[in-house]
Every structure is written in C-alpha cells, then in structure tokens.
Write a protein that binds this ligand. Structure first.
Ligand code: GTP
Ligand code: SPV
Ligand code: MN
Length: 595
C-alpha cells in the first residue's frame, strides 16, 4: 500500500510530468550527484546552475547565478489563502484557496517535462524535539535541493518518521520558466501547504524557510499557543560561565546574522550562536519562554561581510564539513576563481565578473555583487555554534529585542515598561526597506516585530496572541527596542555596530539582573547616565547623547503614522496596544510619566 507521501508525490508527478522522480536521501553520494546535475545538466538561461570555486581557498564552495529577474523575495506576488478573507488581514495579499489552486494548477501542468523532480523529506527542528515539524517538498532545480540539504535536516530518516501518517507539511515548487508574470508564492495555512512557481530565490523557493517556518507556522502557533518569529537566537556567556539567552527580531538585511555571531568587543563576554533568522518560541514546563531554531544553516547577506565586521562568518564560510557552501549572485575574482563582494577585506581586485557573469567595469558605478547576493552555509561550520543548538527543548529566553533600520528618531536601546508595552513597542516598529525584497530601497515602512512580510494571518489577531502569550508566563522575558543605524547630519552612522553591539547586550543583561540604571522617556526606559558601558569605546562623546535623544517635536509625525497603521486593524487591535499608543502620544505632547 502506498503511503500518504507516496500518493501525494504521485499526484505532483502527474501534474508536472517530470522525466525522472528522484527521492533525496541526504547521503554524501547524493551531494556529488546533485552538484554534477547543477554543473553539467541543468541550466538557467545560458548559465549552468553551479560553478566550482577555488577549492583550496574556499573548500566545497560553489557559485550560483540566478535568473536576472529572480534576485529577492517578491512580496507583491506572495499570497496567504485562508478561506475566510478576514483571517488573512489587511497586510497580506489574499486569494480564495480554490481560485489560487486553479491558477497554480494551470501554471504547473507539464512544467517539469524533461526535468528531474527532486523529492525532499526534511525536518524543521531537531527530530527529537516536541516542537519540530516533518515536511516534504518537491522541486525541479538542483540549487533548491542542495540548499534545502544545508538549511534543513533532510534525509531518509524523516520519511521513516512520517511513515504512513498524513501529518506532514507540503511544499510544491517549480521554477517554471522564471517569467515574473507567472511567479506566485501561495500559502494555504488551513492545509499546511505552500505552492510556489516561477522563482528559485531563497525565501520564494526554500519552502521550509519563510513560507513554512514563519507564514504557516505563525498560524499554527496562533492556533496552538506558541510563536514563530523572524528572530536571532543567541547566548551571551560571562566570565563566570553564566549564559543569558536572548532573541532579536529585525527586518530582512537589518543585522540579525551579524548580531547572532558577533565577536565581542568586551573581553568579559563571548557569544554563542543558535540561529540567525527564525525562532520558534514555546512556553516550557517551568513557565519560561523557550526558543528553538528550526533551521540548520545560514542564508546570509554577502555584501558587508568581512573579517572586520563579521569574522565568525568569514571563518564559517572558509570551513568545510559534510555540506557544500553556495554563493549566489556574488561577483567572481577571475584571477583566482574566488567569490567577491562589496565590503570584503583586501584591495579591489583587478579582474571581476559581475553577478551576472559579465566583465565588471568600475567606472560604471554599478555594484559587482548583487546587493542581495547571499551565501548558503551549514550552521555546523560556525565556530560559535552553541552546544545547546541541538537541545530538543530549546533554551530559556531572558530578553527579546525588536530592532530596525532607522536613520532618525529611534534610540540605540530602549526597555519596555512591561510585556504589554513591549508588544506595543514591537507593533510600532518601522524600518527602512532593503534589497532583500523586490521594490524600492531605503523607504520607511511599518514592520511590526519584523513580521510584516511573514505573518500568515491577521496581524491584529497576531498582536492579541502576543499579549495572551505574555499572560501565560509567570516570568516573561523583558522586551527591548534597538537601532544601530541612526545617522548624524552628514549621514554617517553614529554607532559603530557589529562587535560593539555587545555593549547594548551588556546593558540588557545588567538590566535583567537588576544591575543597571535606567531613565524614563515617553518611549520607554533608556540607560541612565553612566549605566551604559562605554569603557574603551572610540566614538565622539556627542554621538552617545545623539544616539539616545528623544526629539519630541520630530516624533509627532511618527506618532501619526503609527496610529494610521494600527487603525487598519480596527476592532482586532488589542485595547492594550491602543492604550500604550495613546499614552505615548500624550507623553510626547504634554510630558508625564509611566504609571
Ligand atoms: P536577513 O537574512 O535578510 O533576514 O537579514 P539579517 O537581519 O540577518 O541581516 P544581516 O546581518 O545580514 O545584515 C545586513 C546588512 O547590514 C549587511 O550588509 C551588514 O554588514 C549590515 N549590518 C549588520 N549589522 C550592522 C551594524 O550593527 N551596523 C551597521 N552599520 N551595519 C550592519
Ligand atoms: C529575508 O529576506 O529575511 C531572508 C532571506 O532571510 S529569505 O530566505 O529570502 O527570506
Ligand atoms: Mn530573514
């Protein structure tokens, strides 16, 4: 008797009509076969899918060049298809599930003719974790199969684990002909199904990542009493060996990967990495909030990564283990066959091919690497990987940070008065857009909890869910806002960031342990004079006061924008959020204190 998975895969094969169906088993031999397929058989336009890079200097590294239109997430083509439109909310694109399936079926018929359909059984989370989820994805490109082997726990044992059960998350993926007019990323939360055609890009195609682990999982969390978040998970160890675990939400390309593995500028701390993008948060038996990282790799931004900014990532990229390392849309240093991107250490190379494989001409002022070029690398290469990474229960969280990219207004760090106020702090977040999503870059938009593009249901209900989760914990984590991107009048960053961000974390840990002072502002609590650790910090004194400044005049516009944004959720907006919004507005205008 065929299992539920076999039946479902057969159904996809009948629709897509591939030449071969290949079930991935996760073995080493398979890794070679997949790379061979990508180097010798499959093509994207006139390019091969993979080219081998200098194996001496970059072990197991391969270059992938995408289709030129397929370089970032496409939020305008991403839909959440609840049968009840209201459940999707005002911040997601919606299509009725029936209509969406008809459209996707039409676009998919025969789309894998002459190709191989790879079947990928994988697990998000450690197989022994009560919080993990078993999944199956089909895809028609080796790049996605190889990427999923790095980013998830993929292999034969997962098939065995699912057995005859129908309880697995389904992902259907085909690159089609990369036509942006026929590109859709559809989510069906009611049946734990993601269906994506027309794009091979990370967040559009590695369906275990944003599509399942955030959009579908956030809905599951809403129904089942947990949270799926766009967050770093990290541990900070002091000299006595105490480790404080924190999570940090930041929008795409706003510093999560760099924070997750920072090399501490303060000798009394070291950082342990558990995850750089996604956290699943569950209330543990002791009433604390526990975090697991459902992923097993990094899909990180290349530009700006160097020995100076993120030495631990450079070490990760130059290490090799069982898995290959992929570089997508970076430039190529032709003399040595090495990957290259803007911000990498060393002099500008003499001969570069740009991210599309064309000779690069520096006088043209274009970037050689695409601004959203990325690497895909196993977490197990990371020298700061936490020994707790594989703990099936996760790690207990003491503080949650909500960060963003704001050139003005938002202080370096602010502590919330309490959980509900912290939820408001997350709900009012804004951030300047980046190259991680198609569209304009540097435009301010509201991005609550860094989940605007990833919340798989009505965000008004999501805020309510956050408030409720706080009620269920006797000892909830404290909540903080953070902004490392404030600039001066000349547009220069006021804060050095990267390894110096440990100072922000130190203040947070000291606060959690009752060891640091704070001063009240209408936004929340900021460090009191002398409570922020500045020893050895080499920045002009005035920068610090500018970093913590709350300019009440400038805030009026911000308050209006926050109110307008929150108003769209109507009666679904929790009254606690409206309360904190109103009191913040009143304090900014008339003064007064938190009571
Ligand atoms: P996603 O993978 O898209 O979710 O992004 P992310 O939040 O992990 O962003 P990442 O850490 O990759 O950072 C994106 C860009 O911001 C990179 O170019 C970094 O070099 C830069 N960056 C990261 N942290 C800092 C910081 O503290 N200060 C400054 N000025 N830039 C930073
Ligand atoms: C992001 O855009 O937030 C990423 C990359 O982390 S992707 O996997 O494409 O979502
Ligand atoms: Mn992300």
């Amino acid at each position: 008797m065929a299992t539920a998975i076999e039946k479902w895969v057969d159904e996809q094969a009948r629709l897509y009509e591939p030449k071969h169906v290949y079930w991935c088993d996760g073995s080493e031999g398979e890794a070679h076969r997949l790379m061979e397929m990508g180097m010798r058989e499959e093509r994207i336009g006139q390019h091969e899918v993979f080219c081998e890079l200098n194996q001496k200097l970059w072990p197991k590294a391969y270059l992938h060049r995408s289709h030129p239109t397929d370089v970032a997430r496409t939020e305008h083509l991403t839909y959440v298809c609840h049968s009840d439109r209201e459940a999707t909310g005002p911040t997601n694109n919606w299509m009725h599930p029936r209509e969406a399936k008809e459209l996707m079926t039409r676009l998919s018929r025969g789309a894998m003719r002459g190709k191989t359909m790879y079947v990928l059984p994988y697990m998000m989370g450690h197989p022994d974790s009560p919080y993990a989820k078993a999944c199956v994805q089909v895809t028609d490109v080796s790049y996605v199969a190889v990427s999923m082997r790095i980013m998830t726990r993929l292999g034969k044992p997962i098939l065995k684990k699912i057995g005859k059960s129908e309880n697995f998350v389904k992902g259907i993926h085909s690159v089609g002909d990369f036509d942006p007019a026929k590109r859709f990323i559809m989510h069906f939360p009611e049946e734990s199904l993601v269906w994506s055609v027309g794009s091979g890009y990370g967040g559009n195609a590695l369906l275990g990542k944003k599509c399942f682990s955030l959009r579908i999982a956030s809905w599951l969390g809403y129904k089942q009493g947990w949270l799926a978040e766009h967050m770093v998970i990290m541990g900070i160890e002091d000299l006595r060996g105490n480790v404080t675990y924190i999570t940090a939400a930041m929008p795409s390309a706003c510093g999560k990967t760099n924070l997750a593995m920072l090399e501490s500028a303060l000798p009394e701390y070291r950082v342990w990495t558990l995850g750089d993008d996604i956290a699943w948060l569950n209330i543990g038996p002791d009433g604390r909030l526990y975090a697991i990282n459902p992923e097993s790799g990094f899909f990180g931004v290349a530009p700006g990564t160097s020995m100076k900014t993120n030495p631990n990532m450079m070490r990760t990229l130059k290490t090799s283990n069982f898995y290959p390392t992929l570089f997508t849309n970076v430039a190529l240093k032709t003399d040595t066959n090495e990957p290259w991107w803007e911000g990498l250490d060393g002099a500008l190379p003499d001969h570069l091919l740009d991210w599309q494989g064309q000779p690069w001409d520096p006088s043209k002022m274009t970037k050689a690497a695409h601004p959203n070029s990325r690497f895909t690398v196993s977490l197990h290469n990371c020298p700061t990987l936490s020994p707790e990474y594989d703990n099936p229960q996760g790690v207990p969280i003491s503080a949650i940070i909500m960060g963003g990219r704001r050139s003005r207004l938002i202080p370096l760090v602010t502590e919330a008065f309490n959980w509900d106020h912290g939820v408001f702090m997350g709900a009012r977040m804004g951030s300047e857009t980046t190259a991680a999503a198609a569209g304009r870059v540097g435009v301010l938009r509201r991005d609550p909890m860094a989940m605007l593009p990833f919340c798989g249901y009505n965000m008004g209900d999501y805020f309510r869910h956050w408030i409720n989760i706080g009620r269920m914990m006797p000892r909830p984590p404290r909540i903080y806002a953070m902004n490392a991107f404030r600039v001066n009048e000349r547009g220069e960053f006021l804060w050095p960031g990267f390894g110096e961000n440990i100072r922000i974390l130190k203040w947070i840990i000291d606060r959690v342990n009752g060891r640091a002072g704070a001063k009240e502002t209408p936004l929340g609590l900021v460090p009191s004079a002398n409570s922020f650790p500045v020893e050895g910090l080499d920045i002009p004194r005035q920068n610090l006061s500018q970093l913590f400044e709350v300019n009440e005049g400038e805030w009026q516009e911000e308050v209006e924008e926050i109110k307008n944004f929150l108003d769209q959720f109507g009666h679904r907006l929790p009254h606690e959020i409206r309360h904190y919004c109103n009191t913040m507005a009143a304090r900014l205008q008339f003064g007064g204190r938190h009571t």
